[in-house]
Design a protein around this ligand. Sequence first.
Ligand code: NDP
Ligand code: BG6
Length: 523
Amino acid sequence: TNGRPQISASFREVMIDEKSSEDGVPEQGGATVSITVVGASGDLAKKKIFPALFALFYEDWLPEHFTVFGYARSKMSDEELRNMISLTLTCRIDQRENCSDKMEKFLKRCFYQSGQYNSEEGFSELDKKLKEKEKFNAKTSHQAGKVPNRLFYLSIPPNIFVDVVRSASRTASSQDGWTRFIVEKPFGRDSGSSGELTRSLKKYLAEEQIFRIDHYLGKELVENLSVLRFSNLVFEPLWSRNYIRNVQLIFSEDFGTEGRGGYFDNYGIIRDIMQNHLLQILALFAMETPVSLDAEDIRNEKVKVLRSMRQLRLEDVVVGQYKGHSKSGKTYPAYVDDPTVPSGSITPTFAAAALFIDNARWDGVPFLMKAGKALHTRRAEIRVQFRRVPGNLYRRNVVGTDLDKATNELVLRVQPDEAIYLKINNKVPGLGMRLDSSNLNLLYSERYRREIPDAYERLLLDAIEGERRLFIRSDELDAAWAIFTPVLKQLEEKRVAPELYPYGSRGPVGAHYLAANYNVRWG
Ligand code: NDP
Ligand code: BG6
């Protein structure tokens, strides 16, 4: 088997049974898939989406009969699109074996249509071209009778999501197959605007057609979180307030908003990272055991946890913003030095928050989040700090006097250097009795030689296969916004000034005071 658990029968059939003609257009029976990247000229498309599609093709994950289209306002020929995307394609597997050959084959299946985002004309043109590719058989030059499926990836600014969905769904939907839309965040700025976006999208699409992406859910270690919990006897019994003192969800980047300040200033770090990426991880971490691995069963459990969470309070939040800084002759800019950021902006580039889940399992356990840009390091981690051993026989033998540091800690390092490690106490070898802390360490790069796929690869493949497990359902989104909306409003209304921290530092000291309020020390 190919190792993926839930590939639909029809998809397998397409993968196994059909032979393609030279340009990948259909021959007989089965289905075709057209993937249209709307906003193809943009940053995300170039950086992530086209490379992910190529990686899937390179590893034979894409269905036999697929076509990729780019759509944007920029004028470009097919050839120019191919030149543009070829710059960012890489072969990360098998030491680049047959790479240029595969790249050429992939690029031959990429096409471009220019058009406006709110124009049915543009999408009708696209529809015509899609039909040609779906129906034309290079060898026999007649219709091949395959079911044409269509996937649209909306890699565009949020103010034009609805325009595109309206025009594309009306004029470029598949007549016989499925039509799905992957929507990129941001999904609104608060409960109200998110609800409005959902209502607008649902005027044109059924919920099953909407794939709201949160690319953190496609990361290997986040996928592994549930495996770790539910397929090992040793963790799940400890997974509650009885044994866990606190949980930390940490995101940091060692670069600033660089070039994305225009987008970022309207959102800030709480909306950019916490309300989605970190909260999604929290929901997976804290949910009850789902009935099955079915998408709806998992999403039902995630919604329950989110709905059990307390609204975040202003006193449980610390915000910061990076300031300019010189180090070893190098100058690092302040957030407000970004030419796309309005001068005097108080948008937070850092935030720390303490969240709580009011249910039987997690009552009283602080879930601390920390997210920031332009910090000293790039990392994303889930840290689980366990309680002290009651009446610890060895408390006098712990190195130093800090019993807090000697408690067990489980760390899932999402990136970089993916790893899962458990901090335990052990005896220092020798005739004396001294305790030390060591890590039982599963470092992915040592255990597995193959590279880890990019999150976008997994998510694109899931969308093609109709697997919704890693996409956000609208009720999840509502519940997520309900936790953050009041505090976001207060921060803005009260114009809470962010604590300034130097570019490349560990962030505002306020984050430590916040953690200390709950007897927590950041890991
Ligand atoms: P871009 O700003 O690069 O926009 C994508 C394309 O949309 C542009 O190439 C442009 O194409 C068109 N466009 C840009 N601004 C406007 C406008 N005001 N009106 C109409 N069309 C416009 O966006 P990204 O590629 O950075 O991001 C795409 C989506 O993905 C956004 O929703 C973003 O929030 C999200 N995202 C981006 C990430 C990233 O790393 N870049 C990470 C996570 C999410 P043309 O002029 O040719 O029509
Ligand atoms: C995006 C945010 O969702 O995630 C960016 O908008 C952030 O601000 C990015 O840089 C981080 O993603 P990754 O996969 O590089 O950690």
